[in-house]
Every structure is written in C-alpha cells, then in structure tokens.
Design a protein around this ligand. Structure first.
Ligand code: FE
Length: 351
C-alpha cells in the first residue's frame, strides 16, 4: 500500500517538480520506491526531460519496464550521497565526463560488467571498471564568422592563442565543465606548461570577458562583437530550430578543429548505476537498451553522435561535417579537471 503510494509520487514527478520533497521524505523513512523484481526502474536525470523521455517510452514499450524519473539541474549527486543505501534511484543520467566522475568520486556509483555494454561502447568512452558509460558523444568546435574569416584561416585549438586573433574570440567561463574538459585535453596533449601558455594566449585574444552560454557566443559573432567562438556542436542544430536564433547560426560556419592532427576534442553524455540501485537488473537492461536499439533515438534528441561505432548519424548532423575524433581516453580528462580549473584561476581567464 505504502509502496503503491510512493510509486504514484514518482509518476507524478514526470509531470511536476514537487517530486523532490516527496522522494526525500520517502527515503528518510527508509522506504524504497520499487523493490527488486518489480517492473520499474528509477532514474535521476541531470539531462532535460525532452532528451530522455522518448527513449524511456521506447524502452517501456519494448520491455514493459516502467521508467520513473526525477529531473534536476543540479544537486543529484549530493542527493544520492545523502540518501545512501536507502536511495530509490537506480541510474544517474548526466552530461560531461566530469560530472560522471564526480558521482564516482562521491562513492554513489557501482561497477557494471556487461558484455553488451563492453561490446557496444569503446573503452575510450567508459570508466575503466564500469562505474559509468558514455552513451552519446559531442564535440567542442569553433563557430566562425562567415563574413570576417576565410575558410582555412583557423584550423586548430592551438590557433586560438595566435596573435592574429587578438580581440576576436568569444567564449563562456573557463570554469564551465565543457571548457574545463577542453583545457584538460590541452594539458593531456601538451603538458601543463605549454597548455598554460596557450590558455593565457586565448585569454589575451578574448573580445570580451567570458560570459553567457555557448549560444550567446554565436549571438555575439552575429552582432559583430567577435569572429570566432568556442562551443559544443549540437547548439548549431538547436539554434536552427529557433526562429529568433536562426540568424545567429546563419552568421557562422563550423570548424572541427585539429583534423590534420589528433582530432577534435570529444566529451560524452553518460549513465552510471547507483550504489543503492534497488532495481539493478532493470537498470542494466535500460543501459543495454541505450547502448543498443536506443542509440539512434538518444543521439538524435540533441543532435549528438551515437557512442557505438557504426550506428548511422542523423543526416542533418552528418551534413555539418564528418570528422576525426581525438582518441584520448575520456577518463584522462576527468582526472585533469582540477589542474585545468587551477590553470583558469592562474591566468585570470574569467577576470
Ligand atoms: Fe550543453
């Protein structure tokens, strides 16, 4: 009876946001939302509802397993930590390897060993012991002014520090997780000293103080404030979707950096099995669905790339460019985040 009531709260969470307090109350009392062997799985998602909902519906249709979701913009790792062994959550969905690693570091994940997952997901895009798995990839690219920059004028991340671009570059905060991962990749490839010189050079070339999100940088190119912006690739598609942003996208072309060398910097969105996971078998089934039949659907929601090699890309995304990816193991990026953040402070990047 009690459990049925709690389940109802979860369902309501799909529609409303009052679910958070309910879940906390439920776990404080030591109850779980659905017991092992039931046909449910509980997800904590830092990804927005529209990105994961179609996928969960497809999973439910195929397996009969109901997916209950709590969405939040932040704080879910902390919540998993406070809930401990009583947490109702089975899976954590998030973007950025840094955030997945935060969950691992907080001790709220457990390793998954699955032949389906290991066969589908390259080692580069998963935790060495299986504490998290990348499910889609995204790349950090350059948005370049059609009017003011000739094709071929900028080709590499390293070029961003070139004197030629003085006062012509826009980006968001250096402390943003997307930029931290990019800086971490520069440290991995060039060492700290070289990377720091580069970052100071980029800072010297900024047209304005770091501010706004990735799309705001492309808007600034459209407004003539800068000529080159750093941003994640999928925002191109998102800007094209919106009437008021289409002109921003129309003012730029995309450059996938470092094609003649190591390839373009890659990050992931991914999933971790929680340590508590009351519905572990169902959760692993959902992970395997994501890595298998759900790959195309999941990637498409946000113009991302399937993590599984050989899965076709959305034609529109393919038209933006087929490129060589940096093969650096994504775990290395997570490990260098702290060093990247200190470097951002040392060069006064955001100041
Ligand atoms: Fe994003």
């Amino acid at each position: 009876m009690r459990e049925a009531g709690l389940r109802r709260h979860w369902s309501r969470g799909l529609l409303g946001s009052c679910v958070v307090a309910t879940v906390l109350a439920a776990t404080v009392s030591g109850a779980t939302l659905s017991s092992a062997g039931s046909s449910e799985v509980n997800v904590y998602s830092l990804r927005q509802s529209f990105l994961v909902k179609p996928l969960f519906d497809a999973f439910t249709q195929e397996t009969g397993i109901k997916v209950n979701v709590v969405f939040a913009k932040k704080g879910l790792v902390q919540r998993l930590k406070s809930e401990g062994a009583n947490s109702p959550a089975d899976l954590l969905f998030t973007v950025d390897v840094g955030r997945l690693q935060d969950a691992y570091d907080a001790g709220v994940t457990q390793a998954v060993s699955s032949s389906v997952l290991s066969a589908a997901i390259p080692t580069t895009y998963r935790h060495p012991e299986g504490h998290w798995y990348g499910m889609t990839t995204r790349v950090r690219i350059l948005y370049v002014s059609k009017d003011r920059v000739q094709p071929g004028e900028i080709k590499r991340y390293e070029d961003l520090a070139d004197l030629k671009w003085r006062g012509r570059i826009c980006t968001r905060s250096g402390k943003n997780s997307y930029n931290l991962a990019l800086i971490a990749s520069m440290i991995a490839h060039h060492g700290e000293a070289e990377a720091e010189k580069w970052l100071a050079g980029v800072k010297a070339n900024l047209a304005r103080r770091p501010q706004g999100n990735d799309r705001a940088q492309v808007k600034a190119i459209h407004a003539g404030e800068c000529d080159v912006a750093i941003g994640n690739h999928y925002y191109y598609g998102k800007m094209l979707e919106k009437e008021d942003q289409r002109a921003w996208a129309g003012s730029v072309y995309l450059v996938f950096p470092n094609q003649a060398g190591r390839g373009t910097h890659v990050n992931i969105s991914g999933v971790a099995l929680t340590k508590a996971a009351p519905n572990k078998a169902n959760a692993i089934q959902l992970m395997e669905f994501l890595a298998g039949p759900g790959q195309t659907l999941y990637a498409e929601q946000n113009y991302e790339y399937p993590v599984k090699p050989g899965v076709p890309w959305l034609p529109q995304v393919k038209a933006w460019g087929v490129f060589k990816s940096d093969e650096l193991n994504i775990s290395a990026l997570a490990e260098l985040r702290a060093a990247a953040a200190r470097m951002v402070d040392r060069v006064g990047f955001d100041g």
